[in-house]
Design a protein around this ligand. Structure first.
Ligand code: NAP
Ligand code: HSE
Length: 429
């Protein structure tokens, strides 16, 4: 049997302890698969006194200095499961330039500074693997990098954040409040250290940047991505959507249009017959449409200790047994060229509008006139009755319309005297 591979583990929280449990539970199996043992020599944490969800791996020692991992000549691979940007960047960049391989689950780091880190890995000839960074236990990175490499990807659509999907599912099926559902997701270890990343669409945006690189070989800068989260999704819209046959989901989507890329993260109505509409709880799904393979759907747990630990361990095992040069991005160019970005105003889709209006003569006529002037055609409409003098919700589902026309029409409508609140708008997949 070959020598054990010695790793330095940075972070012993949800994912770090999940990884440790799988290393212990599947020890025999891992040995059989890769023909060697995996030994954790050092574990980096902030607070060495904290009670942990799993005992340290046998023989491992705790440290609070990240340089201990980088400077140890026995350690040939650093596994970064801390999260955050600055310390993680220091650790990963120093590890690579010291000739160590790196495995990370940190999508924030790779979305913001991936171009630099992949260049460093390329110069050092080391692996920088990140299967766990996107949709937890679902093997989407490997699928895009290797299995679908022969395809031009026409479109990638995903439910990319487990916490947001968990919250929407709980609000939808159990009528739970947003705050209670977020608290439960946090207790279960799904949420980021700063849960606003989950609910404001930022974590999904990080993942979409990574998936776009893999699918198109282009760097789509995070700051150019249109991002909207679920913080303002109301139970009323979830219920209206259900009446029309839709579920509300936080979607990340990128597609190629005329050689450019159109991408965004947004809550959307998804027809209940689509597989994406059936994805519940902390589950995630990615639908990839290749020009040769057609549509492919990947589905599984997008967050949590064991699912994410499983993806981290798969990367460690791949590096431990790999004989050839690492394949970090799936493309020989490094850094990747920047994408030609299409403005959201040009994108076309169906829309859901909920107008909060005074119930009076001529309201519907005034709204539909503005929509007609902008070329927006109505597919369905519904008004919920109310007691005299109460506001009513008027819901309209449109046919395909251009983003810029929708924006302009709603600006005109929201200025009308009978409109009592900004119009709620969601795209429809
Ligand atoms: P976590 O539970 O908060 O654990 C983070 C660990 O890193 C803790 O052990 C913490 O030490 C340590 N740490 C953080 N900053 C440190 C620093 N500056 N110096 C030393 N140690 C530091 O986080 P997690 O949920 O495991 O997530 C880890 C990474 O995986 C993140 O990048 C996250 O986005 C990603 N990820 C998470 C999931 C998930 O389901 N949770 C899924 C996919 C990807 P202390 O324990 O002493 O505070
Ligand atoms: N907070 C993330 C989520 C963890 O909820 O999807 C997995 O990346």
């Amino acid at each position: 049997m070959s020598e054990p591979i010695v790793i330095g583990l940075a972070g012993y929280g949800t994912v770090g302890t999940g990884l440790s449990r799988i290393l212990t539970d599947n020890e025999e199996w891992i040995r059989r698969r890769i023909g060697r043992d995996i030994r954790v020599k050092k574990v980096l944490v902030r607070d060495p006194e904290k009670t942990r969800q799993a005992p340290l791996p046998p023989g491992a020692e705790l440290t609070t200095k990240w340089s201990d991992l980088v400077e140890d000549p026995d350690i040939s691979m650093v596994v970064e499961l801390m999260g955050g940007l600055d310390t993680a960047f220091e650790l990963v960049s120093r590890a690579l330039s010291s000739g160590k391989h790196v495995v990370t689950a940190n999508k924030h780091l790779l979305a913001e500074r991936g171009q630099e880190l992949f260049s460093l890995a390329e110069e050092a000839g080391r692996a920088l693997y990140y299967e766990a960074s996107c949709v937890g236990g679902v093997p989407v990175i490997q699928t895009l990098k290797e299995s679908l490499a022969a395809n031009r990807i026409l479109k990638l659509t995903g439910i990319l954040n487990g916490t947001a999907n968990f919250i929407l599912s709980r609000m939808s099926t159990e009528g739970m409040s947003f705050d209670d559902a977020l608290a439960e997701a946090t207790d279960l270890g799904y949420a980021e250290a700063d849960p606003s990343f989950d609910v404001d669409g930022i974590d999904a945006a990080h993942k979409l940047v990574l998936l776009t690189r893999l699918a198109y070989g282009r760097h789509y800068p995070l700051e150019k991505l249109a991002v909207q989260g679920i913080r303002h999704v109301e139970v009323a819209d979830i219920e209206f959507a259900r009446e029309f046959g839709y579920r509300v989901k936080l979607i990340g989507q990128v597609r190629e249009v005329d050689g450019g890329l159109e991408a965004g993260v947004f809550p959307a109505l998804v027809k209940y017959t689509y597989l994406l509409a059936r994805v519940g709880g902390n589950y995630n799904a990615v639908r990839v449409e290749g020009n040769a393979c057609g549509p492919i759907m990947l589905h599984g747990q997008g967050a949590g200790d064991l699912p994410t630990g499983s993806a981290v361990l798969a990367d460690i095992m791949a590096i431990a047994k790999e004989g050839s040069a690492p394949n970090n991005t799936g493309y020989p160019e490094c850094p990747l060229p920047v994408a030609d970005i299409l403005p959201p105003d040009e994108s076309r889709s169906q829309w859901y509008f909920r107008f909060k209006v005074r119930d009076q003569v001529g309201v519907m006529a005034a709204i539909t006139r503005v929509m007609a002037e902008r070329g927006i055609s109505i597919a369905q409409a519904n008004q919920k009755g109310a007691e005299a003098d109460e506001d009513v919700s008027l819901v309209i589902i449109t046919h395909q319309a251009r983003g810029a026309d929708v924006r302009a029409a709603l600006a005109d409508i929201d200025a009308m005297e009978f409109i009592n609140a900004p119009t709620v708008r969601y795209r429809i997949l």
